[in-house]
Design a protein around this ligand. Structure first.
Ligand SMILES: [Zn+2]
Length: 362
């Protein structure tokens, strides 16, 4: 049995909407407002929508007729909405055409384009050269085991680098044994990791962040290194010299001279440091006056660029290679230092300050 006043409610609703919708829609001044008003009638919570939900309560003999009237009203609202929206669009277009014209001679506003950080750029350049020489690129974790960082690379237990004053230890802050955990102090850990899981011949480079408790104008507690090594039968120091000389000439200048000085690193024997003729005063050109005045090489014409050496037999033993059968070389460099030399950056801090005025110069 239908409720007696359902018909009345329905008819009153239709009358009320019919008397109000047109003016309400025509009063809207822009499209968002128009859509809002329209929604008050035919949106999910709209007045007409609510009426239509009452349909099942109407008596059977009136339902069809009242339904048709409601739908006709809905159609009228839609038609009015379309007409008013069209008017709003037309007025906006007219305003654009009759308003002040666009001054195309005004300078545009350029979005500031992003660019690669100098260290990323130098890493890409360095890798491109070494990959073209046949090296593979490998990666490793920055959180390392003590043994991969020191023991297996032949560091004696009392080496200063293993001290908590020089290294960030993670668990408890104290070196407690081969499995204590630290932030790697060098990318040489990747030598250990790669050699432990692969057999020679191997030629690998690995760039990455390393961490030390150092903080001054030329040291940062986090910096970037690149490690390279090659292992095979019959590898000699001559190959090491050849690879590094070619590498530095391609990276800096085909004329640079390269010299090797004996030096000590625990994981190589013999070990050496590599100097390159100064690229700031172009020392190879022999302009004595310019070199004498050069602040970078302090007049001696050379600059220190990287460390290298023949991989120590102890390292091979620690990773399960036969040191009688295999030889190899390794080299490491600070990517920050290479970037500073290549781009003439005076202070390492500039690389990490994130100052756009500095970074946009590259
Ligand atoms: Zn110089």
């Amino acid at each position: 049995m239908a409720e007696p006043d359902a018909v009345q409610t329905f008819e009153d609703g239709l009358t009320k909407i019919r008397g109000a919708y047109e003016q309400a829609l025509r009063d809207a001044t822009d499209e968002p407002e128009l859509r809002l008003v329209n929604g008050r009638y035919v949106g999910p919570q709209g007045e007409l929508t609510k009426l239509l939900k009452l349909m099942p309560k109407l008596p059977g003999d009136r339902r069809r007729e009242l339904g048709q009237r409601a739908n006709a009203l809905k159609q009228e609202i839609q038609t009015t909405f379309d007409v008013v929206l069209d008017g709003i669009h037309r007025r906006a277009r007219d305003a654009e055409l009759t308003g002040p014209s666009l001054d195309v001679t005004l300078p545009g506003r350029w979005p500031m384009p992003g660019r690669l950080h100098p260290i990323t750029r130098i890493r890409n350049e360095v890798l491109e050269i070494l990959v073209s020489l046949g090296f593979d690129v490998a990666d490793g974790p920055e959180i390392e085991l003590y043994e991969n960082c020191f023991d297996k690379l032949g560091f004696p237990p009392d080496h200063p680098a293993t001290d908590e004053h020089d290294t960030f230890f993670i668990e408890g802050g104290k070196p407690s044994g081969p499995h204590s955990v630290l932030l790697r102090t060098q990318t040489s850990t990747i030598q250990v990791r790669e050699m432990s899981r692969r057999e020679p011949p191997l030629a690998i480079v690995s760039p990455g962040a390393v961490y030390r408790r150092d903080d001054d104008a030329t040291h940062s507690p986090m910096f970037f290194q690149l490690e390279g090594f090659l292992v095979d039968t019959d590898v000699t120091f001559a190959e090491l010299k050849g690879v590094l000389t070619l590498f530095l000439r391609r990276l800096f200048d085909e004329h640079v001279a390269v010299r090797f000085r004996a030096s000590y690193f625990p994981f190589v024997e013999p070990g050496g440091e590599v100097d390159m003729s100064c690229v700031f005063c172009r020392a190879w050109e022999g302009d004595k006056e310019r070199t004498t005045a050069c602040r970078v090489c302090k007049g001696n014409g050379w600059m220190e660029i990287l460390g290298c050496g023949m991989i120590h037999p102890v390292v091979f033993e620690n990773v399960g290679y036969d040191p009688e059968k295999y030889t190899g070389f390794a080299f490491g460099m600070g990517l920050d230092r290479i970037a500073m030399l290549k781009y003439g950056i005076p202070n390492i801090k500039l690389l990490y300050d994130n100052d756009v005025r500095f970074l946009s110069q590259f």
